[in-house]
Design a protein around this ligand. Sequence first.
Ligand SMILES: NC(=O)C1=CN([C@@H]2O[C@H](COP(=O)(O)OP(=O)(O)OC[C@H]3O[C@@H](n4cnc5c(N)ncnc54)[C@H](O)[C@@H]3O)[C@@H](O)[C@H]2O)C=CC1
Ligand SMILES: CC(C)CC(=O)C(=O)O
Ligand SMILES: [Mg+2]
Length: 354
Amino acid sequence: MADTTSPPILDLAVVAGDGIGTEVVEQGLLVLEQALHGTGTTVRTTDFDLGARRWHTTGQTLTDEDLAAIRTHHAILLGAIGDPTVPSGVLERGLLLKLRFALDHYVNLRPGKLFPGVRSPLANPGDVDFVVVREGTEGPYVGNGGAIRVGTPAEVANEVSVNTAFGVERVVRDAFARAAARPRKKLTLVHKHNVLVHAGHLWRRTVEAVNAEFPDVTVDYLHVDAATIFLVTDPARFDVIVTDNLFGDILTDLAAAITGGIGLAASANINPDRTAPSMFEPVHGSAPDIAGQGKADPTATVLSVAMLLDHVGLPDAARAVEGAVAADLAERGAAERVRSTAEVGKDLAARVAG
Ligand SMILES: NC(=O)C1=CN([C@@H]2O[C@H](COP(=O)(O)OP(=O)(O)OC[C@H]3O[C@@H](n4cnc5c(N)ncnc54)[C@H](O)[C@@H]3O)[C@@H](O)[C@H]2O)C=CC1
Ligand SMILES: CC(C)CC(=O)C(=O)O
Ligand SMILES: [Mg+2]
């Protein structure tokens, strides 16, 4: 079932996953249920037990049956995937990326917003409010690579970045549309076309061509290395950033760091054509270093829930969730006590309830 607009019953697939994923998703669901009160929509969740535990017991990551069942939902809420007891890449590739690719999540939307009252590590961050449109189904993450003579001094390992005209154009067009709808109407392409000349020039030509459809949008370009400089020295210059899968992954952890930390960074993996459910998840991973200790900040997941509510046609509920987060964040600076994951979730739910 594809996502629909404001369904009476919101069928939500829940993939809590590994590590802190289960902890933050529990709080995200608490806030979601509160936000739906009075909207005429109720949520019906289906838990998908996917991740390290499943892999250890069955050897499976994501089967065709899992995927078919997930497809019948309006949307997916995901916590985090990845565990130190599983070989690196098995779950990340076989579960997380498989979901994004199979469900055609070609727009990976990641806001970089500094909420009032939130302390940034930057001395003078300015008014930071941008969004990264990261391509979600191509680039070096597609698994086009291999290695020979593994473990020998003659080993050669390749990881090929795949960029198709079709894939680049559709995400670039989406990014232009988002820029056109924002007050500043500015789009920054980030790539590395001085070195990655094949992919980089495809991205550049595509941006130039699609710009003709959006003449109101001002376009600029930064090589990815320079983009990291400006994200730290002048983040307020950015409005919409469009970039590939790998660069977008890296830049959005940096964006999180300058806007108050990874615990606040939300994301949406969107299938804009609504041929499959979109997926909402915090930017962060499973954080094995703090898992099981109640230390994870669930705010990123709660803000991802707000993105989910927007996507399913419940903007008022989305604004209520964002408002609750903004109010909570504004008071955090003054608070003396560090709250647990569950306490933050409970407080946010209470604020949504009014
Ligand atoms: N979308 C996903 O499911 C992602 C999965 N991963 C996987 O997660 C595992 C750990 O990866 P890392 O590189 O360590 O990245 P990570 O994002 O899990 O953790 C990086 C650092 O941020 C902290 N952190 C993360 N989320 C936090 C939160 N909500 N509140 C407070 N602190 C938080 C962690 O404690 C850690 O110090 C790996 O298996 C990785 O592949 C990594 C990134 C995204
Ligand atoms: C673990 C990766 C596949 C995902 C990631 O780091 C991300 O999407 O930010
Ligand atoms: Mg990442």
